[in-house]
Design a protein around this ligand. Structure first.
Ligand code: PLP
Length: 397
């Protein structure tokens, strides 16, 4: 494993990077893929009748079946490249909303969503005169499935829920959530932003209708993401953005649209980043996704033990099934102060509401400090965090 940036020295300390839920660092293969793309391949794809354009198109289109296999979609046309999870969800909320949401309709979201899986639905609801209904969760950070069942009415049009909470680390029972929705004939979108780097994802096994994720949280470059959609449902949706590539014919009177997946990929995509996504999938598969998950599970157990033993620490999110994310507060100290002091010791964590203000409201807190792990995190990183917390606690408590 070669992650050059991890050799950084921060304020005279070796960098301990524990902000992986925000973005992971990139392995050498991914960086090399990007560099090689711009050194040897850069060209606009699909319509070029020259060597570079053909090569770039071929390599770009080769990543689509790779992603299809990575999430076990049925066919490559169900894989749409976007800029990230946020754009993927906005695409679905906008197109699905336009086609299927009307006055008095309802959209179910969970209480532990990232703002990216709340606001696009609010915008769609505002346009349609529809409203949101929210699945509550327990103090441990577990969704209340009984309450979820009760939220369905004849007006429910879609369920949007994350696979893994970026703040609490909870792995949600997305298969069961989908099954319950399908009993009511309601489609389901899963926000997989925090899942894909930690576990094997099988969209057919989950049964969901849409699955969205970002490359940059799974060792790929920023600027690329994926919207998986079942072919039958994608074929019912109007285009999201208009422009090049998504059309078949254009006259001033009328435009006809391209087939899947190109109908949803307007304009020049981030070709190099898509190739980087392919390299990141190769990297993860070489490491073994199960191995990565197991390693992070061990780290989570170790970190939970070490942090729980520090006087004054409270951990938020203690669900039985979690990924390597620990949100906590140290006594009454403001999370930002904790984060700033850790930073001066070379430890990178995230502080604040993590784009999940409703979670903070649920607990009545302003934010948390969040440490999150990746395949390259070591127990020595956890030790550095725990030791630093012990060291700074007297300054804050
Ligand atoms: N959903 C979840 C659960 C996330 O954690 C994030 C990012 O932190 C997003 C959506 C948004 O991802 P992006 O900013 O890559 O679009």
């Amino acid at each position: 494993m070669d992650f050059p940036i991890l050799n950084t020295t921060a304020y005279g300390h070796p960098l301990v990077y524990l902000d992986n839920a925000a973005t992971t660092q990139k392995p050498r293969q991914v960086i090399d893929t990007l560099t090689n793309y711009y050194l040897t391949l850069n060209s606009n794809i699909h319509r070029g009748a020259h060597y570079l354009a053909e090569q770039a198109t071929e390599q770009y289109e080769a990543v689509r079946p790779q992603v299809c296999q990575f999430v076990n979609a049925r066919q490559s046309c169900e894989i749409v490249f976007t800029r990230g999870t946020t754009e993927s969800i906005n695409l679905v909320a906008s197109s699905f909303g336009q086609r299927f949401l009307g006055q008095g309709d309802e959209v179910i979201v969970s209480g532990m969503e990232h703002h990216s899986n709340i606001v696009p639905w609010q915008l769609a609801c505002e346009r349609a005169g529809a409203s949101l209904r929210v699945i509550p969760f327990s103090d441990e950070g577990v969704l209340d499935l009984e309450a979820y069942r009760q939220l369905f009415t004849p007006h429910t049009r879609i369920v949007a829920c994350n696979h893994v909470s970026n703040t609490l680390g909870t792995v949600n029972p997305v298969k069961q959530i989908t099954e319950i929705a399908h009993l009511h004939g309601v489609p389901v979108l899963i926000d997989g932003a925090q899942a894909v780097a930690h576990m094997a994802v099988d969209v057919q096994e989950i049964g969901c209708d849409f699955y969205c994720f970002s490359g940059h949280k799974m060792y790929a470059p920023m600027g690329v993401g994926v919207m998986y959609g079942r072919e039958e449902i994608l074929n019912q949706l109007p285009p999201y953005q208009g422009g090049g590539e998504m059309i078949k014919t254009v006259t001033f009177e009328r435009t006809t649209y391209n087939e899947l997946p190109f109908r949803f990929e307007a304009g020049t995509p981030s070709v190099g980043d898509v190739l980087g996504l392919g390299a990141a999938i190769d990297f993860m598969q070489q490491q073994g996704i199960e191995n990565i998950g197991k390693h992070e599970e061990e780290l989570l157990e170790y970190a939970t033990q070490r942090l729980s033993a520090i006087p004054g620490i409270r951990i938020y999110g203690t669900a039985p099934h979690k990924v390597g994310v620990i949100s906590f507060l140290l006594g009454g100290a403001h999370p930002y102060d904790v984060g700033t002091l850790l930073d001066k010791l070379g430890i990178a964590v995230r502080t604040g509401h993590h784009c999940t203000q409703p979670i903070m409201d649920r607990y009545g807190i302003p934010g948390t400090v969040r440490a999150s792990f990746a395949c390259y995190t070591r127990t020595s990183d956890i030790d550095a965090l725990a030791d630093a917390l012990v060291r700074i606690a007297p300054m804050l408590l």
